[in-house]
Design a protein around this ligand. Structure first.
Ligand SMILES: [Zn+2]
Length: 369
């Protein structure tokens, strides 16, 4: 995730880009009240109590160390004793934000940064660690300011953000001396990101949220969000195979999925892709389910009657467009969500999404019939 800056206007823009997938390139996950929603943080709200380095113990026994391979995602919370074991450093970045990072991850980051500078690529840390209590404060603050629904939709559930680990780093670019911190702008430099991504594994990092793997990670493509694993060999293996941390750790399979956008005279391919990313992100929260195919249900589902149904489901929103997709998937044997049967092959499962004139697709209805 990237920082959400201090102003509400920026915040809303970011949500539109990151959470509601309003653009073709920058399609993040939509919100989800039952699990996390967007790896949303607030840079102006990070803990500024200390700008000093608080690294103290180099000789701790390994049992006291954090597990650098730990998985924290929408279905896997931060391990209980993490915060006691975590050792961090605080730094101030080029835009004067305080950033807290796990100690070894920061050391590795400095080496990566130095290596990149030999190729005239300049980066800095936008954000890294956020504590669970900080995330809760953000949630409470947004609840108070914008209401509970909005907060639940935009702020990651405390305990389920990879940023809690201190091992997830959001980078930003510095180009010709200018800080490029906004997502919409950063995404315009794919060649620079490629150079950065090519170096990550050498220093024990992986790119965490891969394009096309949203149904596994639960997040849209984020070129800036990297994760430290403290093991260059594993990082290289994950990178060379093009897999996710989830698959490497065996909590998800990377079997091929087929996506059929059909032919629409109403929506462009990019508009349909944005909708599919929302579906895939939501699917990732159904832990252990195996996605087989997604297909566009056709322009015939785009009717005023169906639009009206969506507006009845969410009466506070004024949707102007509707779309339907059909999915085949196999449910997990221990699925927690009681609206699904365990170990079942679902065929033609319906996903209904709608959007307003100025927002991205939102999942309104998931239905078996
Ligand atoms: Zn991030």
């Amino acid at each position: 995730m990237k920082n959400i800056k201090k102003t509400k206007s920026y915040f809303i823009r970011l949500i539109l880009c990151l959470c509601l997938a309003s653009t073709a390139v920058l399609s993040g996950c939509n919100t989800d009240t039952s699990s996390t929603a967007g790896e949303s943080g607030v840079s102006g709200m990070t803990d500024t109590s200390s700008k000093t380095t608080d690294v103290s113990s180099d000789n701790k026994p390994s049992t006291d160390s954090i597990d650098y391979m730990a998985l924290v995602n929408k279905t896997h919370p931060l391990p209980d004793d993490w915060e006691e074991k975590l050792e961090t450093v605080h730094i101030t970045n080029s835009v004067d934000d305080d950033v807290e990072v796990e100690k070894k991850a920061y050391e590795a980051y400095l080496k990566l940064k130095a290596e990149l500078e030999t190729e005239d690529v300049y980066v800095d840390l936008d954000s890294a660690r956020r504590s669970i209590s900080e995330q809760q404060r953000i949630m409470d603050d947004f609840t108070e300011k914008y209401g509970k629904d909005y907060a639940l939709k935009t702020v990651a559930t405390p305990g389920y953000s990879e940023h809690h680990t201190g091992l997830a780093l959001d980078l930003y670019l510095i180009i010709d001396g200018k800080d490029i911190v906004e997502n919409e702008e950063m995404i315009q430099y794919p060649e620079i990101w490629s150079k950065i991504h090519a170096k990550l594994a050498d220093y024990g990092f992986i790119l965490r949220y891969l394009e096309g793997k949203e149904h596994i990670t639960g997040y849209g493509y984020e070129p800036w969000h990297i994760r430290y694993l403290d093991n260059a060999d594993i990082a290289k293996e994950i990178t060379s195979k093009g897999i996710t941390l989830e698959s490497y750790l065996g909590t998800a399979s990377e079997s091929d999925i087929s996506i059929d956008y059909g032919s629409s005279e109403i929506y462009s391919q990019d508009e349909l892709k944005d909708a599919v990313i929302q579906i895939k992100c939501k699917f990732a929260s159904l832990a252990g389910c195996e996605l087989k195919s997604i297909r566009y249900a056709g322009d015939e589902a785009v009717t005023n009657e169906n639009l009206k149904r969506m507006n009845e489901i969410n009466p506070n929103v004024k949707y102007t467009q509707v779309v339907e997709f059909l999915m085949d998937f196999h449910s997990s044997e221990n699925i927690i969500d009681t609206s699904f049967e365990a170990s079942r092959d679902y065929k033609d499962y319906q996903w209904w999404l709608a959007r307003t004139d100025d927002s991205g697709w939102e999942i309104c209805l998931m239905s078996d019939v």
